[in-house]
Design a protein around this ligand. Sequence first.
Ligand code: 1AE
Length: 406
Amino acid sequence: MSMCIATYRAFDEKADFDKKALSIAVGLTVGSWTELPEAQKASMEKHLGKVLSVTVHEPKDAARYADIVIGYPDINFSRDIPALLVTIFGKLSMDGRIKLIDIDVSEDFASAFPGPKFGLQGVRDLVGVQDRPLLMSIFKSVVGYDLNGLQEQFYQQALGGVDLIKDDEILFENPLTPIEKRVEVCMEAARKAQEVTGQKLLYAVNLTGPTSKLAEQAKKAIAAGANALLFNTLSYGFDVLHELSSDPDINVPIASHPALAGAIYPSAYYGMSPAVLLGKLNRLAGADLVLFPSPYGSVVMPKEENLAIDAALKQPLHHLKQSMPVPSAGIHPGIVPLIMKDFGHDVVVNAGGGIHGHPMGTAAGGRAFHQAIQACLQGVSLEEAATKPQHDELAAAIQAWEIKQS
Ligand code: 1AE
C-alpha cells in the first residue's frame, strides 16, 4: 500500500505512547475503529493509518518523549500539500505537546509535484558560476524610495560582483516602485554593472499582493525583464508556491523567504521542524532557493537544524531537483568560513547589512565577501587573506565585524 509517512515527537511524563500512536493512526484516518462492525472494518482497512514504530526516550534531565512513526494511506488524500498537512498534522497539531519532525512522501504523492524548475544547478547555470558558493545581496531600507534611489542602490550592490540581488521581503506593491518599473530600472542597472564586473546577475523581485493576482503579477514582472522572484511562502501557504512554480509561464527561479516561520518551528514541543517546514515542503512546492536563519548571525537557528534543512534540500527526494540553501540574517564576511564548513560550495552567502554597512560602502561590501569566499576556497585563513594586496575590503570588514569562531 502506498503511504506518506510522518514522524512525530510527543512529550508526556506518563502517557502510554503505544496507545497514543494507535489513537493518532486511527483518529486521523478512519476515526473510531473498534466500534465499527466487522464488515465495515474490512472495507475500511485500506484507509487505516499504520503505526510503524514507537521509540520511547526517558532522559534523566529532560522531559520524557517518544518518536512515533505513522504511515497514512495515499488513498485518503488528494495530491496537494494542504490535504497532506491536514491529514498528518491538522487537528493533531493542537493536541498537546507534539511536534512533526519529519515527512516522507510516497513516490505516488511526489509525482504530482514538478518541484524546483531550476534548482541548485539551474540557478548556477543562469549566473554562470559553478565552482564557488554564490553571493546574494539584499536591498535594505528601500521602503519610501523612488525608482532613482532604488536603481542607485541596486547598481552599488551589483558593482560589488554579487550573483543575485533580492528585494527586502517587506517591500510590497507600492505606487513609487511598482513591480514592473522596479524590474525595468534594476535590470538596466544590472546590465550596466555587468559591463564593469562581467558578472551575470539574478534579481529576485518580491512578488506580493492578493493571492488571486499573484500569477498575473509574476507574468507582468517577467514581461518587464524579471529573471527571478522572491516569495513570502509562509504567509501565502505552500500550495500557492506550488501553483506559481508549476506555472509554465513563470519560467524564472523562485526564492522562498521564511518570514513567519518562527511562529511554527522554534518550540521543542510544538509545530514542525525546520527540516520539514523550510526544507522538504519548500522543495516539494518548487522553491529553487530557500532562505532561513543561520546559526551565526543576528537571527539564529541551531546548527543541527541548519544541517537538517541542507539535507532536506539536497538529498535524493524522488524526481525533485535539489534546492539551493540560503542561510541568512546578520551575515558578514567573518562568518563565511563557518557557512562554507557547514554547507560546502553549494550554498548562497546572503547579506543585507553585511554589505551595505561595510565601512567602504556597498560595492566594497560585495567585494569583501568575494575575498572571504576565495580565501576559504584556497584554504587560507581570513586573517591571512586580509593582509594580501587588494584585500582592503576584507580587512575593513574584519575590523568592523571580526571573524566569528563558532
Ligand atoms: C532570514 C531572512 C533574512 C533576510 O531576509 C534579511 O533581509 C536579512 O538581512 P540582513 O542580512 O540581516 O541585513
